[in-house]
Structures are given as C-alpha cells and as structure tokens.
Design a protein around this ligand. Structure first.
Ligand code: PNW
Length: 449
C-alpha cells in the first residue's frame, strides 16, 4: 500500500448547516425561517420530520466542539441562521443570536479549528419570504445588510467565508420543483432567484472588501458530473443543457461576467430580468470557489421531460452502486468536475466544501457503527481529488459532509450522512468507524491507496 500525500497546508474538515443541526427553532429571540414554516405546514417531509430540535446543537455546542477536537478536525464549515441574527430579516439585531456564533467561533479557535462560515444555507427569514423572498430584487440589499451586520461582529476572527450554499439547488428545489422551502413551482421564479442570489453574492463580497477584513471570501456551488447517455446528438445537447443549468449558469457570470447564451435562448421567456451593472457586480473577484460533489448522472433527451426536456439516470463506477439517496458513486466524476474548473474558469483556488454519503449505518450489538462503505467512499474520493491536484488543479482543502447525522431536508432524519452517529431520542453522539479512520487521514495528511 502506498500513501497518497497531500500538499502541505491542505485543510481537512467537516461541514454542517444551521437548520440541519441547531434546533432551538424559536428560542432566545430567533425568528421563523422558511424551513420552519415549510416543515410545519407543508407535510411533504419524509415521516413528518422537522428541524425544531434536530441535533440540539444550539444547546450542545461546547460538547460538539470538543468532539471535533477529539476527532482531529483542522477546519469546520457551518452556516449562520439569518433569522437567529435578524429575526425580521432586517432591522433589529438579536444580540443573543449573534452571541451564540461569537461563542462558537471562540471555542473553535481555542480548539485550533479554523472556522469557515456560510452566510446562506437556505433558511431565509419568513418575514422576507412574505415580501417575495429571493424573487424580490430587494433581496440583494437585505442580504448585503445582513452580511454587513455579521462581518462587523465576526469579521475579525474568521479566515474563510462563503456567501451562498448551492444557489442552484436553492433556486430549483425551492422555486421550480417545490420540494424544498419555500415550496414554489415556477421556473421563471427559479431563474429570477438564481440571478438575485448571484447579485446579492457580489454585493456581499463588496461589503466584505470595503471592511478590509483579513479573511478570504467565496461561494459554494453544487457541481455534479454529467455525461451524455449515448452519442446521439439529442443526448449530447441535453447533457450540455444540464451542465449549463446547474454549473455554467453560476460559474460563467462569476468568472466570465456573462450568462451562457445557449441556455438563455432555450429558456426564452423564463430568463431573469437583469439590470445594467448586475454582471459587473456578480463577477466581483472572489478568493475561492467551494465545490460540492456527490454523484454522476447519465443525461438523455426526453420529449416529455418538462422545461429542459431532460431525463437523467444515476451512473456508478464499476462495483460501486448507489448510496441511500439513490446517488451513483463515481469518484472519477469528482476529478472531472475539478478539472473542468481548471480548464474553463482559469484554475481558481478551490475547496471541496462538501462530499460524503448516506448509508444505513446499522449499529452493532455494542452500539458502534462499522461503516466501511463510508470509508471506501471517502478514500476513493480523496484519491480522486489527489489525482486532480496531480493534474494541476488548485485545490486547498476538503470538507466531509457531514460532521454528524442530521436533518436531511425533504428526507428528514432518515438518511445518515454523518461521521458521527446521533441518537435522536437522547441526543447522544457516537463517532463511527469512519470518523476514527478520517482522523488518521488528517493526521498524516495522506490516504492509503
Ligand atoms: C447538499 N441534489 O444538498 C447540501 O448542501 C446539504 O445541506 C445536504 O445535506 C447535502 O448536500 C446532502 O444532500 C443537496 O438532489 C441537495 O442534487 C440535493 C442535491 C444535491 C445537494
């Protein structure tokens, strides 16, 4: 066995998101978020689950930081709950909400763990949704003002920031398919949302630059790998549309200051309203891009496939199969998407901000989880990332999704993505085999092949 050594200074960590772990949904002055409203009213979440308590991280934060330290994390990516800080979305600041994150950051730094903060991991304040949410152009200013409040309080101690998590998933799941909050099914609203998210991103980056903070700022994109289902021209074109909708729709304006024209021709009247100066704002230089990669899809043209006329099926590398989400495990797909950023977007600095798998994770008679499937998944994707670095990709770190089992959005608590098992009845945390294996990887800054 040989050891794949990563470059010196490569950062290893794990990621979470506020709504998925915090709980305390209405405590200490927190306002309602669109995910609170959606889970309480919509009845489309598996088993009727919601994030009211989730991992109870809000109350167990010191214990969780101690756990991260015991597991040897070098960096921790988490998100801020906007309505915990600004209960009405704007205006009055909730001091207790900000203090929670203030303590979290201090505890992390004390434990030698680098905080990486995401401003928007989907839990928009409900009061802003009532004004139209991200479809309302004013959302650009709401977000920039929220970012300013956060930077002023926390900007001195946080080296890594990202504006939005996966704007593509937010826009399409939330506003086109409606299976995520706010549960709207309207393609025009989805494209308008994606545009406003990007402009809001650019504006928040400018606020950050004006404040002269020391840290770096970027955005997290969902970039899965797509391949045409056949060499038929229609399938190749369908695959290209899939790529443009999920990756180029965001990466092109960010790096090239323009939208992918073929996509805009295709969507016609669903194209967003764009104002003069928007693309300049969106393409404000950033310090890095966060890449979330989970699966590879085969894409075929489908006459009845809805707006994009797409049909996609999961692809797995030989011998791998699918995870509990039904997602196809294909490590070479990760190498491909990383190379794509090198070749098409000027080799920007990258972090893998999410990667991981949901598995049944049945505990043994001692309550311990021997999750060899997750170890194999992580090992093979770490090697895929290492291959990309060998090919010149500017990759600086890797965050495993996720630190602990949590609320997996529309799928509730059923899929378990964690390095740590959470017993949701008692709140007990039990590191899985993969967590101890990962500690070794971080420790050696390398992985056994
Ligand atoms: C990401 N898809 O979401 C999110 O950033 C996490 O909050 C989430 O828990 C994790 O991946 C696992 O799902 C995604 O259907 C949701 O393609 C859906 C998709 C991709 C990512």
């Amino acid at each position: 066995m040989s050891l794949r050594q990563f470059p010196e200074g490569f950062l290893w960590g794990a990621a979470t998101a506020a709504y998925q772990i915090e709980g305390a949904w209405n405590e200490d002055g927190k306002g309602e978020s669109i995910w609170d409203r959606f889970t309480h009213r919509q009845h489309t979440i598996l088993n009727g689950d919601n994030g009211d308590i989730a991992c109870n991280h809000y109350h167990k934060m010191p214990e969780d930081v101690a756990l991260m330290q015991a597991l040897g994390l070098q960096t921790y990516r988490f998100s801020l709950s906007w309505p915990r800080i600004l209960p009405e979305g704007r205006g009055q600041v909730n001091a207790k909400g900000l203090e929670f994150y203030d303590r979290l950051i201090d505890d992390l730094l004390e434990a030698n763990i680098i905080p990486n903060i995401t401003l928007n991991h989907w839990d928009l304040p409900q009061t802003l949704q009532e004004l139209g949410g991200w479809v309302n152009r004013e959302s650009i200013d709401w977000f920039a003002d929220y970012a300013r409040v956060v930077f002023e309080k926390l900007g001195d101690r946080v080296p890594l920031w990202t504006t939005h998590n996966e704007p593509a998933v937010l826009a399409f799941m939330g506003y086109a398919f409606g299976n995520f909050a706010p549960g709207i099914a309207d393609y025009s609203q989805a494209f308008q949302t994606s545009h406003h998210l990007l402009v809001a991103h650019g504006k928040a980056v400018q606020v950050f630059r004006e404040g002269n903070y020391n840290g770096e700022i970027g955005i997290v994109l969902s970039v899965n790998h797509y391949q045409p289902a056949s060499d038929r021209q229609a399938d190749i074109a369908a695959c290209e549309r899939m790529y443009q909708t999920s990756t180029a729709l965001f990466a092109d304006p960010l790096f090239k200051g323009e939208y992918p024209e073929p996509l805009f021709n295709w969507i016609g009247c669903h194209a967003p309203k764009i104002e003069t100066g928007d693309l300049e704002l969106i393409s404000t230089p950033i310090d890095f891009v966060g890449i979330n990669y989970y699966f590879t899809l085969n894409v075929a043209f489908a006459q009845w496939g809805g707006l994009f006329k797409l049909d996609s099926t999961q692809v797995s590398a030989p011998g791998w199969g699918q995870t509990e989400m039904g997602w196809g495990v294909n490590p070479p797909g990760l190498t491909s998407v990383l190379l794509d950023f090198k070749n098409h977007y000027g080799n920007p600095k990258l972090y893998i901000t999410e990667g991981g798998c949901a598995l049944p994770d049945t505990p043994n008679y001692e309550g311990f989880v021997e999750d060899w499937g997750r170890i194999n998944y992580l090992r093979s994707h770490f090697i895929a990332a290492h291959n990309a670095i060998a090919d010149g990709v500017n990759l600086h770190g890797y965050y495993v999704w996720t630190l602990m089992d949590n609320f997996e959005w529309a799928h509730g608590f059923s899929p378990r993505f964690g390095l740590v098992r959470v017993e949701f009845d008692s709140g007990k945390r039990i590191p899985k085999q993969s967590a101890w294996w990962y500690r070794e990887v971080m420790n050696r800054n390398g992985v056994e092949e």
